[in-house]
Design a protein around this ligand. Structure first.
Ligand SMILES: Cc1ncc(COP(=O)(O)O)c(C=O)c1O
Length: 396
């Protein structure tokens, strides 16, 4: 869905120029999408939202009825999510956890710790003994598994299946399991395995990865109640209408679970849950010709919407024409069909979308960049050049 929904379009056109840029979220679209995702998943699949994709409290709250919990990857996210959606289960992961973060997580009664190394395990064991002596702290061991076939070949970002700082190397599995069961970690309870291996995988690849993770985990020879197969469901920025196939993914997970009657699977998508509900809306400030190409400079830029810069894509967008032009001088207008949309930053890297089909684009027209609901504002370098921050609107 490249075009803004009617509610988003109305809001974007109702804002004054000075109220742009703005992030506009369609909360109804988010709820409808989450309903479809949830209903595609079989019973024994728990859905956790990876808050790193977009931790806006309004989004965390709106997702509440559809998710079993939230995955957080830092002490900051942990506190923020715990306060935004009080009482909901949290799973705390991430490489390089500090003692302070683990302490906060223990004090806040985090449901699952995703342990990423032997050091991480020993630190958690030590702190649990001191901070939560009456409690058995539930642990999933995160492994960096090699998957059997080329399932990760098409991924946008691989965190596993190759040398990375994430998770425990599978060759260390026996030693780590021994540490967990030799009495030195008495306050910890091994619940299962976690493996988030890549982002940007379609349903068939996700299912193949899920099977590899479950086969490997259940072959460890220790009883496991749950396996977290991660997030990473694809969002296609080049073809926004092509959505991740949740129904066939759900069917595949159901078949996998049939083979493992005692097992609970957990997934923790971020991008594929919230990307579609957000738009970054702005206006064209100027249109200029340069060495045979045309550029439209918009209010804002990649310091607000870093997604295209970080992923190297063109952010899908729609032009919302505006009739009024407040100045007595001629309105800058594109002469050709193709215009490159850039931001206000003094760097050629401030590219939002290249060669957009936008015949006759004029200064004063509005542009809504879609798929801006995940890894957008929260991953951007907001204060570079000290432009004002965008507004935030949550429309129903
Ligand atoms: C451990 C973990 N889980 C879940 C996610 C969410 O991935 P995505 O937003 O691609 O679904 C990430 C993203 O980096 C992650 O590192």
């Amino acid at each position: 869905m490249t075009a803004p929904t009617p509610a988003v379009r109305d809001r974007v056109l109702s804002l004054r120029s000075t109220e742009l840029p703005a992030y506009v979220y369609d909360m109804t679209a988010l709820r409808e999408h989450a309903t479809r995702v949830r209903s595609a998943l079989p019973d024994r699949v728990e859905l956790y939202y990876a808050a790193k994709a977009n931790p806006e409290p309004e989004l965390l709250t709106a997702l509440g009825p559809y998710v079993d919990g939230y995955e957080v990857s830092s002490g900051g996210e942990l506190v923020h999510v715990a306060e935004s959606v009080p009482g909901r289960p949290l799973a705390f992961g991430g490489p390089g956890k500090t003692p302070e973060e683990i302490t906060t997580a223990l004090e806040r009664g985090v449901e699952r710790f995703h342990v990423e190394s032997e050091h991480d395990l020993r630190m958690l064991a030590d702190l649990s003994r001191r901070i939560a002596p009456g409690r058995r702290v539930a642990v999933l061991l995160r492994f960096n598994l090699a998957v059997a076939d080329c399932s990760l070949a098409g991924s946008a970002l691989a965190m596993g299946g190759r040398p990375t700082p994430f998770g425990i190397d599978p060759t260390r599995a026996v030693d780590v399991l021994r540490t967990l069961t030799d009495g030195s970690c008495a306050h910890l309870e091994l619940r299962g395995v976690h493996a988030h291996l890549a982002s940007g995988l379609d349903a068939p690849e996700q299912l193949s990865v899920a099977r590899s993770i479950v086969d490997w985990s259940t072959g460890l020879g220790v009883p496991l109640a749950e396996v977290n197969i991660g997030g990473g469901m694809a969002v296609d920025y080049t073809d926004p209408d092509r959505r991740f196939d949740w129904p066939s993914y759900g069917d595949g997970l159901a078949r996998l679970l049939d083979e493992h009657p005692g097992l609970t699977l957990r997934i923790e998508p971020g991008r594929a849950l919230t990307a579609y509900c957000g738009w970054y809306a702005t206006e064209v400030l100027d249109v200029k010709h340069s060495h045979g190409e045309e550029f439209a400079v918009v209010r804002g830029g990649t310091h607000h919407l870093r997604t295209p810069a970080t992923k190297g894509h063109d952010q899908p967008c729609s032009v919302l024409p505006v009739r009024e032009w407040p100045h007595p001088w001629p309105r800058p207008t594109a002469a050709g069909d193709r215009v490159t949309l850039t931001g206000q930053l003094c760097t050629p890297k401030d590219l939002l979308a290249r060669n957009v089909h936008a015949p006759g684009l004029r200064a004063g027209d509005r542009v809504a960049f879609s798929l801006a609901g995940a890894y957008a504002w929260n991953i951007s370098h907001h204060d570079f050049l000290m432009h004002p921050h965008p507004g935030f609107h949550f429309v129903d």
